[in-house]
Design a protein around this ligand. Structure first.
Ligand code: PLP
Length: 488
C-alpha cells in the first residue's frame, strides 16, 4: 500500500443509501480537509483502488471525475492523478490537520473542533430519529394546507407567530411542562438562536454579561459571543449549574443561560435546591434566567421535573422551546415564552425585526398537534429512544471496556462517553473526535464544549447522538469506528 492509500480511510459501507462513488468522494475530501492528503500528492490508480475496494473500475472513475470537476483532483495524463496543487485554504480544516493536544487551545480552534456541519452523518448529537418521523402524515397535512391556500395566508404572517399555533403551544406547555402562559406570551421563532436574538435585542444592554454553563451548548455560546455578550463560564456539577460559583464570579450578570431539565451536554438535572437559589438570585439581582428546554420530553427514568419556568413566581424566567427535537430540525420552528413584563417589548421588536416564520409550516404544525399526531409521535419516540440508547450504550461498553465510562443517560437523545485517563495523562478527545469526523461520523470532543482553556480538570470524552442508531449491528459498527478513532 502506498503512503497515500494509508492516508485515506476508504472504508465503504454498502448498506448506506449513499452510492459508493459518493462515499469515495467523501473520503477523499475528508482526507484532504484533514491534511492527510496534500496538494500535489499522487492518488491511487483507478484499477488499484477498484480492486482494493472490491468495486467496479467505473465506480472509482465516476468518483475521480467528480473530484476533478470540483477542483479537488487534477489528471495529468500518463503521470497519474494528483491532489490539486491550488486548493483554497477553506477546504483544508486546520483543527483536523493538527489534532495534537495543547492546554491553551485558542477559542477559534475549539469552536472549529466542535463544528460537526449540518448534515445527517451518524451519531450527530441532537438529531431526532429521521427514519421514525411520520413523513406521510406530515406531507398530507402540508399538502392540504398548500392546496387550500386562501388570500389571508398569502399576506405577511403575524410577526409574533401564527395565532392558532401560539394557542397550541401555550396549552401544551401548561399540560406537559407545568408552564402557565397565555398565547400572547408565546413568540414563534426560527430556531433557538433566533429566540436568543429576540431576548438580547429585547432585554440586553451594552456591556452586559451572562452566566453560561461550563461545559455548555457551543452553538448558543458562539452566537452569544458574536452578539457581543460577555460570557462568564459557570461550572456544572452533579446538581447542575453551581449557582454559588456564579454569584462569586459575577453577582450582577444580566442573564443566566441554562438547560435545567437536561444539561447540555452532560445530561444532569438542575436540583430543586439549585433552582430555588437561581430564581432567588435573579430576583435579587434583577437579572433574567433563560431556560433552554430543548429535549425534556424524552425521559427514561422517573417523571420529568416540571420546567424551571413553572416555579417562576417573580416573572424572571424566559422559557425557550424548539420543534427541532420533537419534530425535526429542518422545520426551523421554535418559540419563546416572554415574561409578562416583557410582552409589549417583544411585540414591538418582532414587528421591527423580520416578518416571522412561514405561515404554511406554522399552520401545518398547529394541525399536527391539534389532530393528536404530536402526542402520539412523542410517545412512540420515547419508547424508541429508550431502546436505541440501551443498544448503543452496550455496544460502546463492549468496544471500549475500561477505557471509557458510559452511562446511559436518564433523558434526551445523546450520551456522553467519558474517556478515562491513560498512563500518559488525560486523553486528547479533540484529536480522537477529529479522526472520527474524518471517518464520516458527526462527533465532537467534550472539551470543545468548554469556554475556558483546557486544563487537567476539563472532562474528556465524546458527545454522541443515539437517536438514529437503528439496531444492534449498526451500533456495533459505529462503536468499532469510534474505537479505531480512539486507537489512532
Ligand atoms: C442545547 C440545545 N438547545 C437548543 C437546541 C435547539 O436548537 P434549534 O431550535 O436552533 O434547532 C439544541 C439543538 O441541538 C440544543 O442542543
Amino acid at each position: 500500500m502506498t503512503p497515500t492509500e494509508h492516508a485515506l480511510n476508504l472504508e465503504i459501507d454498502r448498506r448506506k443509501a449513499s452510492p459508493i462513488y459518493l462515499q469515495i468522494c467523501e473520503r477523499f475530501k475528508a482526507a484532504i480537509a484533514a491534511g492527510h492528503l496534500k496538494p500535489g500528492d499522487r492518488v491511487p490508480a483507478l484499477r488499484g483502488l477498484a480492486t482494493q475496494l472490491n468495486t467496479a473500475r467505473g465506480t472509482v472513475e465516476t468518483a475521480y471525475n467528480i473530484l476533478v470537476d470540483e477542483g479537488y483532483l487534477q489528471m495529468r495524463g500518463a503521470a497519474g492523478t494528483f491532489v490539486s496543487s491550488s486548493l483554497p485554504d477553506s477546504v483544508m480544516c486546520t483543527s483536523a490537520r493538527k489534532g495534537r493536544e495543547r492546554a491553551d487551545v485558542p477559542r477559534s480552534r475549539q469552536a472549529a473542533a466542535a463544528d460537526i456541519g449540518h448534515d445527517a452523518k451518524p451519531l450527530r448529537p441532537g438529531l431526532p430519529a429521521l427514519d421514525a418521523f411520520p413523513r406521510k402524515v406530515w406531507s398530507r397535512l402540508v399538502m392540504r394546507r398548500a392546496r387550500s391556500v386562501d388570500l389571508a395566508s398569502l399576506t405577511y404572517p403575524d410577526p409574533a407567530g401564527y395565532g392558532p399555533l401560539r394557542e397550541r403551544i401555550a396549552t401544551y406547555l401548561g399540560l406537559s411542562r407545568g408552564v402557565e402562559c397565555t398565547p400572547e406570551q408565546v413568540f414563534v421563532t426560527s430556531g433557538y438562536r433566533a429566540s436568543l436574538e429576540l431576548v438580547l435585542r429585547g432585554l440586553a444592554k451594552p456591556d452586559d454579561s451572562a452566566w453560561f454553563e461550563e461545559p455548555g451548548y457551543f452553538l448558543a455560546r458562539n452566537f452569544l459571543v458574536e452578539a457581543g455578550l460577555k460570557l462568564v463560564p459557570v461550572p456544572i456539577d452533579h446538581d447542575g449549574l453551581d449557582v454559588d460559583a456564579g454569584q462569586t464570579l459575577d453577582a450582577h450578570a444580566r442573564f443566566a443561560i441554562v438547560t435545567p431539565s437536561h444539561q447540555s451536554p452532560l445530561g444532569v438535572t438542575l436540583s430543586l435546591a439549585r433552582r430555588m437559589k437561581l430564581l432567588d438570585w435573579a430576583q435579587r439581582a434583577g437579572s433574567w434566567v433563560v431556560e433552554d428546554d430543548y429535549d425534556s420530553e424524552f425521559r427514561y427514568a422517573g417523571r420529568p421535573l416540571p420546567a424551571l419556568k413553572s416555579l417562576d413566581v417573580n416573572d424572571r424566567v424566559i422559557y425557550c422551546g424548539t420543534f427541532s427535537k420533537v419534530l425535526f430540525p429542518g422545520l426551523r420552528l421554535s418559540y419563546v415564552v416572554a415574561p409578562e413584563r416583557a410582552i409589549a417589548r417583544f411585540e414591538q421588536l418582532t414587528k421591527s425585526m423580520n416578518a416571522g416564520p412561514p405561515h404554511l409550516l406554522q399552520a401545518a404544525v398547529a394541525d399536527f398537534i391539534a389532530q393528536g399526531h404530536f402526542a402520539r409521535h412523542l410517545k412512540r419516540m420515547r419508547a424508541l429512544y429508550a431502546e436505541r440508547r440501551g443498544v448503543f450504550a452496550q455496544a460502546l461498553v463492549k468496544a471500549f471496556g475500561d477505557r471509557a465510562s458510559i452511562e446511559p443517560p436518564s433523558g434526551g437523545m445523546h450520551l456522553v462517553m467519558l474517556f478515562n485517563a491513560d498512563a500518559n495523562g488525560p486523553v486528547d478527545d479533540l484529536a480522537i473526535a477529529a479522526r472520527a469526523r474524518e471517518a464520516g461520523l458527526a462527533v465532537s470532543g467534550l472539551s470543545s464544549w468548554y469556554l475556558g482553556a483546557r486544563t487537567k480538570r476539563t472532562l474528556r470524552g465524546m458527545v454522541l447522538g443515539f437517536a438514529n442508531v437503528t439496531d444492534a449491528a449498526e451500533a456495533a459498527r459505529l462503536a468499532r469506528m469510534l474505537r479505531r478513532a480512539y486507537d489512532g
